[in-house]
Write a protein of this length. Sequence first.
Length: 410
Amino acid sequence: MNTPVPPLGSLRIIESSILGPAAITTALADLGAEVIKVETPAGDYIREMTWPIIEGVSLMHYRLNRGKKSIALDLKTEAARRVYRDLVRDADVVIEASKPGALAKYGLGYEDLRKINPKIVFITVSGYGMSGPYKDMPSHGIAYDTWAGIVKPAYDDEGFCYIPEHIGIGINAAPLFGGLAVLAAVIRARETGEGCFMELAQSDAAAAFDWYRSESHMAYARPEDVVTGNKSDNWVRRPVATAGMKEGVRYQLYESADGHVLFMASEQAFWKNFCAGVGRMDLFDKWPGSKYADHARGNRELQAILRDIFKTRTTEQWLAFGVEANTPIAPVNTAQNIVDDPQFKARFKLIPHETHGADMLGFPVQFVGEELPEPTRAPTVGEHREAVLREVLGYDAATIDALGQEKAFG
């Protein structure tokens, strides 16, 4: 593979972030953008947050801040604010991933920065955004998922309520929406010469990501003669999204001889192929179902038969059978064992802990015929001060020394 200029090699981002919202630029850095993380002299305490902690540094820091450069500036000093303005002068994007207005109080908000760089794209990323009754509430990542209705309270054997294991949506969806908006704004700024101010709430991102469930409930709030269920269910309204899969039979999880598989023969053709492949055409003759989206919902007799059939082969054997018979069967992995899955091994490039502090998944989009540059290791606080000041801003030794005398670096 050749190694051309990275896709975002011409993009320079100045990032002022703490904790999870720093994820908004991780993918952009993976794609080659120059991300300069401006930290306080004390540094982003993400390095000490969550677990696991690897040799004193959190996995979250290794992951979210990989590929970035760090410079520590004490923005309480005018000298540091001068440096910040110089960084923005030739940048494309400013990320304020903390409390909205954190930069404005230092005279470095969007209105201030656009005076020195009209093309600057400025986005502030926060928990609940800049408006609404929750805008001033302090919060952490799980709050956006509970707010969006994604996490349901669980109870232990003693009756105490607790946070169940779940996939974090808000903190992961926000970078996708935010990164897309940033790139769209940069394209427009380069065409028109005009930047813009954007704001993104991680809570909004969580709700937007879970659109299918909320929009289904809104649809079901309308009259039943207007909004119905699926044709294969005789138009009866099924519970929304995956909640409607509990009674599925031809589209369901089954135990294999050594694990579990997901069976997905909701199309009649796939169901027929399965029955023929296992030598049970009697099942198709008795329950042929409809052409599309038929899960044989609630057919416990058939479900019991399929339960016994699937226990006769291993997961690997069922996957091979699915390809041979042309019927959809998928493996059921866990977050722990997915790294052993052959499809995972074939697709994902792992970033090793030997060089980057933690074993991490690489960027998932593959550029055919190209090799993306490997991101650099997540920085220590202020690690790239000299490089940023000399190579990015062109400061000489005397200027850097003077900034030190003015306590710009804390």
